[in-house]
Design a protein around this ligand. Sequence first.
Ligand SMILES: [Zn+2]
Length: 216
Amino acid sequence: MRWITDIERGRQLCLHCRKLHTLDVHVCDRCGSPVHQRIPHSIPLTWSLALAAIVFLIPANLLPMMVVQSIAGEDAGTIMDGVIYFLEHGEAGIGIVIFLASIFIPFFKLTVLFYLLLIVHFKWYARAKLGLKLFRIIHFIGKWSMLDIFVVALMVGIVQFKHLATIVTGPAAIAFMMAVLITMFATETFDPRLMFDTLIKLQEEKHSHPQGSSHD
Ligand SMILES: [Zn+2]
């Protein structure tokens, strides 16, 4: 099957409600969203936001997430300290949820975003399909991004309940929320259609040098 893009057909899709428009339309007549054939400045915006998210994600993991104040004194812990704490205290389930939501998923999302940016930048045509699958995964996870912040609140609540200590969030909490929010924006500014554009070039190359057939 050969893919045909909106650029070839002179059409543009409303990303909000999926209505197809002609090129003279700038605002979707069905849902009122702005319509662009490609998200404007998608690549530089996504690069900037993804790099900014990394800048926040580093202190989010190295600085204390929680400061526990009890009679014994003050104790500060990073996200990883929290994970280790729960694993060592027989709460492996909570430890794993915190690890996934606060460490694995944010790094995974950013790694995928950088990979997608590199696919477009270096025109890695052959990796465009994998890139699309990965984009759908992080876009789906994106809907649950606030879970990361919720988990931190949950963690504070659990420790507070168990130790009857005063817990305040450390500087890492702000950095972490910034990283999560900026990553969400970075995912929104990336236009996956840019990878379809590279895929079309791949097909044109295949078309001019046929090597076997493809199922899709
Ligand atoms: Zn629309």
